[in-house]
Write a protein of this length. Structure first.
Length: 332
C-alpha cells in the first residue's frame, strides 16, 4: 500500500553516444534492459543504433526513462521461469510506436500519449519501430498492486478509461525531467510520490470506493496537488471541483489535506501567492500590472489580493517588485 516512509534508492544513467558505433548495441543489451531480452529490429543497422536511459529504483518500485533506435524487447517463457519477476509495469509512450504481442498472440499498438499496463509474470514481446522511441516505465511489486485491486483481475483494467491516468502521466514526465538534478533524498521522495499516485490510479480504476480508504490518501494528495498546479489560474478551482475530478467526496478531500497539516483552500491560496511572489521577484519581459498578475493566478479582486500578499510576506506587491528591481540593479 502507499507509504510516505523513507527508503533507499539507486540512480543510474547511461548513454551509448560515448562508445564506438560497433559497440553501442552490445553495451545496451548488457547494461540497460531490465527484466527483458532485447535484439535489433534490423541487424544490418547495428552501427546506427543509439540508446540512452536513466532510472531510479528502490524496494518499492522502479522508474526508468528510455530513448532508443528501433529494437525488439521481450519476456520469453524461459525468462519468466528463470527470473521469477512478478511486477506490474506501467509504460507511458512519449515518442515512437510499439507493437506488443502477448501470450494469447493478441496484438496491441502503443502510440505516443498512451499509458499501458503490463503483467511481467506473463510472456510478451514488443517491437519498437520508431526511429527515436521514448517511453517512461514504472514497475510495482505485485503484492502492492494486489492490495490495491482487492482481488480484481489486472486485465479488467483499462488505462484509457482510468480517470486519473492523465495525472499519472504528467507525474511520470515531471519525474523524468527533474530526476538528473535531484539528490538521493529528493529522488526517494519523488519516486515514492509517483508510486503512490500509480497505486491510487489502479484503485480508482477498479471502481472500488478506494478514495475513502486510508491506503489511498498519499496518492490522492499527490494527485490533488498535481491538479491544483495544472489549474491554478482558474477562478473556478474549488474543493468541490477538485473532489469531483479525483472521484472522492469533498469531506474526504478535506480529511486528506488535514492529515498533511493544511486546509484545501489555504493550500490553493498559498500556492497562488507564492507564484505571484516569484513572478514579482523574477519578471520575464515587460512587467505585468499588479492586477493582471493577480488575475493570471486566479485572484479576481486586486484589493483582496494585495491584502493577502502583505499579510503573507510583510510587504505589498508593489514593494516586493521595487525591492526585486533594486536587487537586480545592484547585481548588474
Amino acid at each position: 500500500m502507499p507509504t510516505s516512509a523513507k527508503f533507499r534508492c539507486h540512480y543510474e544513467a547511461v548513454d551509448t553516444v560515448i562508445l564506438p558505433a560497433a559497440q553501442r548495441f552490445e553495451f545496451w543489451e548488457a547494461v540497460v534492459p531490465r527484466r527483458t531480452e532485447v535484439d535489433l529490429a534490423d541487424c544490418s543497422r547495428v552501427s546506427e543504433f543509439q540508446g540512452k536511459a536513466q532510472g531510479v529504483s528502490s524496494a518499492a518500485g522502479v522508474f526508468a526513462e528510455i530513448y532508443a533506435s528501433p529494437f525488439l524487447q521481450q519476456r520469453s517463457h524461459r525468462l519468466c521461469q528463470r527470473d521469477g519477476v512478478d511486477d506490474i509495469h506501467f509504460v507511458y509512450v512519449l515518442n515512437g510506436r510499439g507493437t506488443r504481442t502477448d501470450i494469447s498472440d493478441a496484438r496491441r499498438i502503443s502510440v505516443p500519449g498512451t499509458l499501458n499496463l503490463l503483467d511481467l509474470s506473463q510472456p510478451a514481446a514488443v517491437s519498437w519501430i520508431g526511429e527515436n522511441n521514448r517511453a517512461l516505465h514504472l514497475s510495482l511489486p505485485r503484492p502492492i498492486v494486489t492490495a490495491a485491486l482487492g482481488g480484481r483481475a489486472l486485465d479488467s483494467i483499462s488505462m484509457a478509461s482510468a480517470s486519473l491516468a492523465p495525472m499519472l502521466q504528467a507525474q511520470m514526465l515531471e519525474l523524468a525531467e527533474i530526476l538528473p538534478s535531484l539528490n538521493t533524498a529528493a529522488r526517494s521522495v519523488a519516486l515514492q510520490i509517483t508510486i503512490d499516485m500509480a497505486i491510487t490510479v489502479l484503485m480508482l480504476a477498479t471502481d472500488r470506493d478506494s478514495c475513502d480508504m486510508e491506503q489511498g490518501e498519499d496518492g490522492l494528495f499527490a494527485a490533488a496537488r498535481q491538479y491544483i498546479l495544472s489549474n491554478i489560474a482558474s477562478p473556478a478551482l474549488t474543493p468541490d471541483r477538485i473532489a469531483a475530478r479525483l472521484g472522492c467526496s469533498r469531506a474526504h478531500l478535506y480529511r486528506v489535506f488535514a492529515h498533511h497539516g493544511v486546509a484545501v483552500v489555504e493550500y490553493i491560496r498559498d500556492i497562488r501567492l507564492q507564484l505571484c511572489r516569484t513572478a514579482l521577484e523574477r519578471p520575464h519581459g515587460q512587467p505585468m500590472p499588479i492586477g493582471d498578475l493577480a488575475f493570471s493566478f486566479g485572484f479576481q479582486d486586486p484589493t483582496y489580493f494585495a491584502r493577502l500578499f502583505k499579510r503573507r510576506f510583510g510587504c505589498s506587491p508593489q514593494e516586493m517588485r521595487r525591492m526585486a528591481g533594486r536587487t537586480t540593479a545592484q547585481s548588474d
